[in-house]
Design a protein. Structure first.
Length: 479
C-alpha cells in the first residue's frame, strides 16, 4: 500500500464527511417533500393510501360506460344491416382488458373468422365500400380522420359528440392481446393497479407516447407484468400465449388466482428499483411469454430484431419478430433510465415518485386543476376526476406507431428541461377531414393492386381519400 500523507488523510476524511452530510440532507429533503405532498392530498395520508386513491380514481377495470355500451350496440346493428352476419364486432384494449381508465376512448375492430391471404384484402375492400359511407352520414357519428401512420391504420370517429372511437378492421392481434391482459388482470386486482400507477407516472414524467418516440403504454404494461413474473418472492403465473390465438375460443382462467402480501406502493417501489438497478439493461429481454429472465442471445429470441444493439428489449408476446423498442429514440431511452432511477430514489426515501406529486396533491382539492383533469359525463352525471388522457396513451398508441425502423444505438445528449422532453414533437401523420360527407372514401387493398402496400399521394389530394387495408403480413401502410 502506498503511504498517504497527513494532509491527504484530512482531505479524504473531510470529503467523506461532506458526502455523508449531503446524503443525509437529501434524505431529509426527500422526506420533507413527501410529507408536504401527502399533507396536501386530502389531509395527511401515507404514500400507500394516496397512491391507491390516485389509481382508484382513474381505474375503471372491466366495466364499460353507458356511452361505450350504446356505441357498440349501434355499431353492431349497422354492421348487421349493411353486410349481414358474416362480420363480427368486438371491443378491445382498455375498454375490455381490465386496465381501463376514466376518459379512455373505445377501440373496436370488425373481423371475419376464417379469412386468410388475399381473401382478407377482398373482404376489407367490400366492408369499407359499404360501411364507411353509412358512418359518414349517421347522425350519431362524426367522422374525424383516418390515421395512416399507426402500424394498423384506423378510422377515428366521435360518438354522440363525446366518445372517441377508433375503428379498425380484421385486427385479430389486438383481440389476442386484450384476452391475454384481461386474464392477467383477473389474477389479482394488484396487477392492473400497478400497471396503471406506472402508466400515470410514465405520462407525467414525459417518458410515454409512441408518437414522440417514447415507449407505448402497452410496453409499460408488459414491463409491469414481467417484473411480477421474475421476482422470486412474487412469482406471478406465466399464462400460455398460445391459448389466446383464437379470441373466440379462450379457456377460462377464473379459478386461477395469484396471492401477493405486498402493498401497491411496495410493488411500485420495487418496480422502479428493479429496472433502475437489477434489470440487465441492454442484454435482458422483457418477455411475458416466457416469464423468465433471459438474455437477448438466447435461442428463445431468434426472431427478435435488433439483438446486436445495446438497447432496452421488449418482446411482443404474439408477434415474436417485433421488438417494442422500435419506437424508442436514443435520447428518450436515456431519459427513461434517468427517470426510473429518480423514482427509485424517491420511493427508497419514503416518498412518492416526484412526477406524481401534482396528482397526489390534487386528490384533496381539485384533481382537475392539479392533475390535468377535466369534467366529463359518466353515465349521465357530470363528474370531475383526474384526466387519464393527460397521462395514458390511447390504445392506437398501445398497438404501436409507424416508427418501425430500428433506432440508432443509445447515445448521449445534453440535459434538457423535463418540460421540453415531455413534449417532444412526434411524426404522427394524420389526414384531416373537415367535411367528411363531401369527400368520397374508398378502400384500396394493396394485394389487389399487386404492389407492396404503398401508394403515393396524387396531385389532387382532396379529390379522393384512400385508406389502405392492412394485410395479414403486417405491412406498414403508407399513404
Amino acid at each position: 500500500a502506498l503511504p498517504i500523507s497527513q494532509d491527504c488523510s484530512v482531505l479524504l476524511l473531510g470529503f467523506f464527511a461532506l458526502q455523508g452530510i449531503c446524503e443525509a440532507s437529501a434524505g431529509i429533503l426527500s422526506s420533507t417533500r413527501a410529507s408536504a405532498v401527502m399533507a396536501a392530498g386530502a389531509g395527511v395520508c401515507d404514500v400507500e393510501t394516496c397512491i391507491n386513491r390516485l389509481v382508484e380514481s382513474s381505474l375503471t377495470g372491466f366495466s364499460q360506460t353507458s356511452a361505450q355500451r350504446r356505441c357498440l350496440d349501434v355499431l353492431r346493428k349497422l354492421l348487421h344491416r349493411v353486410i349481414g352476419s358474416l362480420w363480427s364486432l368486438k371491443s378491445f384494449g382498455s375498454a375490455s382488458n381490465g386496465f381501463g381508465t376514466r376518459g379512455s376512448d373505445l377501440d373496436v375492430t370488425c373481423y371475419m373468422e376464417g379469412l386468410s391471404g388475399q381473401d382478407v384484402a377482398f373482404a376489407i375492400h367490400e366492408l369499407g365500400q359499404r360501411l364507411v359511407p353509412v358512418l359518414q352520414t349517421h347522425p350519431q357519428f362524426t367522422f374525424v380522420e383516418a390515421v395512416t401512420s399507426a402500424r394498423i391504420p384506423i378510422l377515428k370517429l366521435k360518438f354522440e359528440d363525446g366518445l372517441d372511437v377508433d375503428l379498425s378492421f380484421q385486427n385479430s392481434e389486438a383481440l389476442r392481446n386484450t384476452g391475454l391482459l384481461r386474464a392477467y388482470a383477473k389474477l389479482n386486482p394488484l396487477v392492473p393497479k400497478l400497471a396503471v400507477a406506472i402508466k400515470l407516472w410514465a405520462k407525467s414524467a414525459g417518458v410515454s407516447g409512441a408518437p414522440d418516440r417514447h415507449l407505448s403504454s402497452y410496453s409499460f404494461t408488459l414491463m409491469a407484468i414481467y417484473f411480477l413474473q421474475v421476482q422470486p418472492d412474487l412469482n406471478l403465473p406465466c399464462l400460455p400465449t398460445g391459448v389466446f390465438i383464437n379470441p373466440d375460443n379462450v379457456p377460462s382462467f377464473d379459478d386461477l388466482r395469484w396471492d401477493c402480501s405486498l402493498t401497491l406502493s411496495a410493488l411500485l417501489a420495487r418496480f422502479f428499483y428493479f429496472y433502475a438497478n437489477d434489470f440487465d439493461w441492454g442484454t435482458e429481454v422483457v418477455s411475458i411469454r416466457l416469464g423468465l429472465r433471459n438474455q437477448r442471445a438466447s435461442d428463445n429470441f431468434k426472431m427478435l430484431p435488433g439483438q446486436a444493439v445495446w438497447r432496452l428489449h421488449i418482446e411482443d408476446p404474439f408477434l415474436l419478430g417485433r421488438n417494442l423498442n422500435c419506437v424508442l429514440g436514443a435520447s428518450q431511452e436515456s431519459y427513461l433510465k434517468e427517470e426510473l432511477s429518480a423514482a427509485a430514489w424517491d420511493m427508497a426515501n419514503g416518498g412518492p415518485p416526484r412526477r406524481l406529486e401534482a396528482c397526489l396533491a390534487g386528490l384533496g382539492s381539485s384533481p382537475a386543476s392539479s392533475c390535468g383533469g377535466r369534467s366529463h359525463q359518466s353515465d349521465g352525471e357530470s363528474t370531475t376526476s383526474p384526466d387519464p388522457d393527460a397521462f395514458l396513451s390511447t390504445e392506437s398508441d398501445l398497438l404501436g406507431s409507424a416508427h418501425s425502423s430500428e433506432p440508432n444505438s443509445l447515445g448521449t445528449r445534453s440535459r434538457q428541461s423535463s418540460d421540453s422532453r415531455a413534449h417532444q414533437a412526434g411524426h404522427h401523420e394524420t389526414i384531416k377531414v373537415p367535411e367528411p360527407r363531401d369527400i368520397p372514401f374508398t378502400f384500396l387493398a394493396p394485394m389487389l393492386a399487386g404492389d407492396s402496400g404503398r401508394a403515393s399521394r396524387g396531385q389532387n389530394e382532396q379529390a379522393e381519400l384512400t385508406f389502405l387495408a392492412p394485410t395479414l403480413a403486417g405491412d406498414i401502410i403508407v399513404l
